[in-house]
Design a protein around this ligand. Structure first.
Ligand code: LMR
Length: 334
């Protein structure tokens, strides 16, 4: 009888152990955009690749479209460990106390993705991610979205057209100054609230790459869009440092590889996703699209490049000069 009880007991322990071994490590990945965007696609790819490389030991649960947290809440949740992974835009780190990322918000700092990658994939990019560590956050990678365009309900042809308009921005002081340089009234608000704010007239216009505009249906409540490509929108993929450091080393290595692969995907598809979205906005017939000539673009640059100097103290002259050097940007040309 005793032997039987012992055998049953051992079998139970064995079953529990097997169940525990099979329980995957769950990584909650929260973000605020739609699945059909560069960030949405990259997050899904990461989840798939992580499952493959860890042979099911890790399950990444992706929560898109602010379903779990809105912009500001998600940063707090990450620090508390309620969520493990995020990819906030580089414009949203100021409230956390890491304002140097706002250098990426400077208008017309990058002409194209190739220039940008020299920075995000080089020494400056690394140096900036390291600034997250004292906040209990590890920066893993940079993911692209693309270049922002202005939209509003009144025609946008020249910089003066945005004078007096209430424009929604992300929570960045550099973006605030960018709007002021145009004579607009900047209003910072969470991404999840933008559609309604545009629809109800709380704000007149906004800025975003076409992929965000289209997938949030903002084109249905914005009559005009100017392809100004005036600033970059991209992301830092970040994790709760304690959680990340606590992972088994082999699993962490596999996840780092999955992140590297997802970054390649993100940065490859971003341009195409935005081109497709712009074409879809055009096809919808709801928003009139203004494509700028070189001379027209120069007028926007002249109005906006002075923001670089004005906001220098926000991120430091050293960082700005290092970026200028990488991208061969000459601010005296404007
Ligand atoms: C925005 O708030 O406009 C963007 O940062 C949203 C995003 O994550 O792309």
């Amino acid at each position: 009888m005793k032997l039987r009880a012992l055998l049953v007991g051992l079998a139970t322990v064995g079953l529990v152990a097997a169940a525990q071994a099979a329980d995957p490590i769950v990584i909650k990945f929260s973000h605020v955009v739609a699945n059909d965007t560069p960030k949405g696609h990259a997050a899904e790819f990461f989840a798939k690749r992580a499952a493959e490389l860890t042979k099911g030991a890790v399950k990444v649960e992706v929560y898109p479209n602010s379903t779990l947290y809105k912009d500001k809440e998600e940063m707090e949740a990450l620090q508390l460990g309620a969520v493990h992974m995020l990819a906030p835009s580089l414009a949203k780190f100021g409230p956390l106390g890491v304002k140097e990322f706002e250098v990426f918000d400077l208008p017309y700092l990058f002409d194209n993705y190739a220039e940008l990658h020299k920075v995000t994939q080089g020494a400056v990019g690394k140096q900036l991610l390291a600034k997250l560590e004292p906040k209990g956050i590890r920066g893993l990678s940079y993911w692209d979205n693309g270049f922002k365009d202005f939209s509003a309900n009144t025609p946008i042809n020249v910089p003066e057209d945005l004078k007096g308009k209430k424009m929604r921005i992300q929570s960045s002081k550099v973006l605030e100054e960018q709007m002021r340089a145009l004579g607009s009234l900047p209003q910072s608000m969470a991404f999840s609230e933008v559609y309604q704010a545009l629809q109800t007239g709380v704000v007149d216009g906004t800025e975003n790459p076409p992929s965000n505009l289209y997938t949030q249906k903002m084109h249905e409540v914005q009559k005009y869009l100017a392809v100004t490509d005036h600033g970059y929108l991209g992301y830092a993929v970040i994790v709760n440092k304690k959680f990340w450091d606590g992972l088994p080393a082999d699993v962490r290595g596999q996840l780092e590889q999955a992140m590297k692969d997802a970054t390649d995907v993100a940065n490859k598809i971003a341009k195409e996703d935005n081109e497709k979205a712009l074409a879809a906005v055009k096809a919808s017939g709801k928003t009139q699209i203004k494509v700028l000539t070189d001379a027209e673009k120069l007028a926007w640059k002249k109005a906006l490049v002075p923001v670089h100097k004005k906001m220098e103290s926000r991120f430091g002259a050293d960082i700005l000069q290092a970026i200028y050097k990488e991208t061969e940007f000459d601010p005296t040309k404007f």
